[in-house]
Design a protein around this ligand. Structure first.
Ligand code: G3I
Length: 375
């Protein structure tokens, strides 16, 4: 293929990914519409191949989601596979598709203990670099991403999954973390300050999982998060929001409305905006009959969302994908996956893109939510 054909191909791909797909005619109210009516945002994780593969899925995303988040293509191992090479192609396709369909994009994620390219892991853990150089590795990446997408990404997960009390630290912070091992807890301060300087209008989030349920491990994580927020606020770190991932496991973890509501209120007490950032409901441990599992997941989702949306600080709900075909939990590697190639039934649409009771439960929760007055 010569260069002209290659360029033509890229243009077609970019156009296909970017062309508007929202239905012109009014159809049944979508999750995007039912959320927007209340001043809320509903959205979905996506990978760029899903935008140009099955057109029906791309069209559904454009109708049902008001916001997209890159499931993996904005992470450092995807955008900077080599020290001197950035590859924004996947991220740019997602941002272009969102712009063409009047959707917002949330950025995920700038600084994480995982998804660091091998060259960076080696440099951060090796003896050869000064602390200043390691700080520069973090600063430069944050600045590169915030500058490139300035004005197009209103909220970023600046730091992802900073706590893990099972790793033995008295403060409950995640010990096995190349960034804290290299720079101490102040890696968080550095990332947030650099992000604020690079795009003063972006809302800057901490994002965490395993903080939703009425279990001892989740309570320990909530305690560690609240103590971390006290320290960050005390040091003047500009945290604007908190992301609750909501990878829910209804058959495994007890859920208590008051416990979760109290945590949301505590987060609100720091003046934080709250986003539900990666919502899915694992059906692992349920009955073999999919209809039974679907009904149980819908019940769990409605109960979770009623509590989440009762907190005025909650403004965004993101599903970690729209259909079971693309869920990370459907992967045979996933610890929660079903054997024998069955799809996990964890997202609003099944593998054939049909709505499930979970879809209806999410819509009903938006319909029941109090309208948000301010932007
Ligand atoms: O698609 C590429 C393929 O082209 C390439 O050949 C292959 C080589 O490694 O990689 C493929 O990309 C994989 C991608 O998933 C798509 O399947 C990446 O390797 C793999 O690392 C990536 O895993 C993602 C994981 O985060 C790590 O980034 C999962 O999709 C994603 O669901 C998962 O999401 C995390 C959140 O970011 C944070 N919260 C937990 C959540 C679930 O683990």
């Amino acid at each position: 293929m010569d260069r002209r054909q290659l360029l033509k191909g890229a243009l077609v791909l970019a156009t296909a990914a970017a062309e508007p797909l929202r239905a012109a005619r009014p159809g049944p109210a979508t999750l995007r519409d039912r959320a927007a009516r209340k001043g809320l945002t509903f959205g979905s994780a996506v990978a760029s191949y899903q935008l140009t593969g099955a057109r029906d899925y791309a069209a559904i995303l454009a109708r049902e989601a008001g916001m997209l988040v890159a499931e993996y293509e904005m992470k450092r191992d995807a955008v900077q596979p080599e020290a001197n090479r950035y590859d924004f192609s996947g991220a740019d396709r997602i941002v272009a598709f969102a712009a063409a369909n009047q959707m917002a994009v949330r950025g995920h994620t700038l600084c994480w203990y995982a998804a660091n390219p091998p060259w960076l892991e080696a440099d951060l853990t090796g003896p050869g670099l000064t602390t200043d150089r390691k700080r520069m590795y973090l600063r430069e990446h944050v600045r590169t991403m915030l500058t490139r997408y300035r004005g197009r990404i209103p909220e970023w997960d600046v730091v992802n999954e900073p706590v893990d009390p099972t790793q033995g630290r008295p403060d409950g912070m995640r010990a096995k973390n190349v960034w804290s091992q290299a720079l101490g807890e102040q890696y968080i301060d550095l990332a947030f300050h650099e992000a604020r300087a690079a795009d003063p209008h972006a809302r800057l989030f901490l994002n965490e999982y395993g903080i939703e349920a009425a279990t001892v491990p989740n309570e320990r994580k909530r305690t560690a998060i609240l103590k971390l927020l006290d320290r960050l606020k005390g040091r003047g770190v500009p945290v604007d929001g908190f992301g609750i991932q909501a990878h829910m496991r209804p058959y495994k973890d007890a859920f208590d409305d008051e416990v979760f509501a109290r945590f949301l209120d505590q987060l609100r007490g720091y003046g934080l905006r709250i986003s539900i950032t990666e919502m899915d409901f694992s059906d692992r441990g349920g009955a073999l009959d999919p209809a039974r599992r679907d009904a149980d997941m819908a019940t769990a989702a409605r109960r979770f969302l009623d509590v989440a949306l009762a907190c005025p600080a909650t403004r965004t709900v993101m599903a970690w994908g729209m259909c079971d075909r693309y869920s990370w939990l459907s992967s045979p590697k996933a610890s929660d996956g079903w054997p024998g190639g069955q799809l996990a039934r964890v997202l609003p649409l099944d593998g054939a893109l049909r709505r499930k009771p979970l879809y209806d439960a999410i819509g009903a929760a938006f319909d029941a939510a109090a309208p948000r007055r301010t932007a």
